[in-house]
Design a protein around this ligand. Sequence first.
Ligand SMILES: Cc1ncc(COP(=O)(O)O)c(C=O)c1O
Length: 409
Amino acid sequence: MERFTGSFTQQEPIPEEGIEAALAVLRHGRLHRYNTAAGEVAETALLEEEFAALVGARYCLAVASGGYAMGCALRAVGVGPGDAVLSNAFTLAPVPGAIASVGGRPVFVEVTEDLTIDLAHLEVQAGASGAKVLLLSHMRGHVCDMEALVALCDRLGVTVVEDCAHTMGATWRGVPSGRHGRVGCYSMQTYKHINSGEGGFIVTDDAEVAARAVLLSGSYMLYARHRAAPAPEVFERIRLDMPNISGRMDNLRAAILRPQLKLLADRVGRWGVLYRTLEDGLRDTGGLRLIPRPAQEVYVGSSFQFLLPDWGAGRIKALIARCAARGVELKWFGAEEPVAFTSRYDHWRYAAPAPLPATDRVLAGLIDMRVPLTFTPDDCALIARIIRAEVLAVQQSGEEAAAAVPLAD
Ligand SMILES: Cc1ncc(COP(=O)(O)O)c(C=O)c1O
């Protein structure tokens, strides 16, 4: 019987160029972004300039985490205490957490079987809540019809902030993910597409939003040291009105990240090969539904999902246990109790979520898997053979298991 022995949490190492650049920062000791020698441009400012160029944004701010990026962006577009903010019900804890961090009230929107936001329900929820901002999570890299979303939100007067934690490097009809809404937010947390352990970006073309974000992130009166930021006049208008909520990126992490930006396109290509190997290996497996990928998108296959519609909890637990015994780590969005990372909207009790029957049905059958770039196409073919065999075996045996299984993180 075949067994997989690789690690689902092992990322690639930091490229040598990043290690060298990080050592240079450690040797000179100027880790804080505003601590520069005469004539020196901070690694952080260069990183922002390079990321802005990569996604075609006028402004970019590097911050401490993806969650910070989202909270800061929400505050910068004007969300305040008590405001309703729309978001996908299918997302992870940092998304409603960012809304809560500015005193906002998450209003969840149903997910479709294609794992994207349900636009009809978005309209219903916008009307019912009066929310004027949507924090749109491109959860696990699944992107909705962005033209339809933008048209709908324009019609409703809803500002879109994009959570691109899982779509850095992806495009929709050639437009980089994060460039459809007013603001795009990204994460560089260790499992993301570029890795500095922790980190985030905010991009926008809106000068006032960009200036607010820079001030909010803790620039004191040193905002002129930014390069991918608006002109000083924009800051002068608002600099005394913005609280300082420190969440800056530092030069060490920027040094690690800059060389990875150059590798992003290649990584997207390699992830695509791994993803399609898994897809090919699982195609036409009875009882298993693959998630269709629209032709308009270039996606980043850093994780893989499939549905086991109407399987029931016992059979899904049996499948996860069988796959784990063969070295394949699957996660399930249907578990009753949060384990490790909280993953389901109804676990976020502080948000007082109303039941969402369509989302409940999707999550009850949704399986998720990390795909680190240390996997080879042969690894992915093997993983697909194991899952396929076990899906068929569980269905034939009618086996059920009661044991707890982990949620997705
Ligand atoms: C969907 C989603 N959005 C946002 C984030 C926030 O990223 P960070 O961990 O950098 O705060 C994460 C992190 O895992 C995430 O999964």
